[in-house]
Design a protein around this ligand. Sequence first.
Ligand code: GLA
Length: 379
Amino acid sequence: MKAQAIQAFEARFGTTPEYIIRSPGRVNLIGEHTDYNDGFVLPMAIDRAIWLAIQKREDQNVVLHSLVFPDDLAFSLQDLQYNKGWGKYVSGVAWALQQEGYPTFGWEGVLLSDIPIGAGLSSSAALEMAAAKAFSIIGDWTFDRLKMAKIGQRTENEWVGANTGIMDQTIAVSGQAGHALLIDCRDLSTQQVRLPDHVSVVILDSSTRHSHTDSGYNVRREECETAARFFGASHLRDVTLKDFVLRSADLGDAPRRRARHVITENERVLLAVSALSEGNVIEMGKLMNESHASMRDDFEITIEEIDLLADLAQSETGCLGARLTGGGFGGCVVALVENQSVEQFTKNVQFTYAQRTGLEAKGYVCQPANGVEVIPFNL
Ligand code: GLA
């Protein structure tokens, strides 16, 4: 990808780029819809990323030629306008940076990506953090990881109109090769969690798509807030399972089940971290399966195709566990699979999924990768 980025830049601008930025997608291993409830998540950055090859401009414009999206992007930093399509993640970051008082200067370049778009692998957070990194190196100011993650979240919430949490941007800036990352979404403290070498993370794309601005995402968030208010808590993070059992009878059916998912999911994340730290992949897999059932029955963010894909994955030899990953209503399933079974596992699931749905489930075996970084030319 790096060579391609340099080549594409040279073809466009007739010179070598000043900087190359790589910003990864992510897969969440466990902890879904817990981030905006101030809870715990365990994502990992993946070895699929957005790449920018860029150089400084002398004016206040950002110009980006995309090799993945049909249209290019050009806007003035002096007159930021909401634009539809992928460009809003770049202009939105510029807007959020300006709101927070960061100086922004013009730059131009090319964009490449091998993150499947709209699949729930956070191509948008990857783009936001790539853009933030670009503004920081061009503006010569320090890229503070957590501040930039918050800039990305502000972009989503106030510019894009998706009321998403902080998980995707945090893992995009703080991922570390070989590790998943436990994030406490209340204080943003993190812990790197090593993934055992004998298992692989396989992502299966259901080929069904979602959007967090028009899906049930925002509705789920409101239901969680209603439930938290019922328990007199600022966030569901503060409601224990015991509180829930004792007091939830009078809570409406939907918020009650949403709350049960979030409360039990937070526990599963912490148990998953213990399991992985002890190398207990059987327990990790079991927790992933339980997480899927909770998203299907209580949080109701799975769809028929995703349930089928998860079922098919879970019943294959060598699969330790599988679950929906990301915001839901389509997208991908993540599975933990013994290394020696990966090939047969993927083939079998793809075959039956295609037979039953007529859809292709692309499979990606992913390595845990670093967060956003400037890539030196000579590597
Ligand atoms: C999306 C959001 C995240 C998180 C997940 C669900 O990816 O961007 O903040 O809420 O959904 O866990």
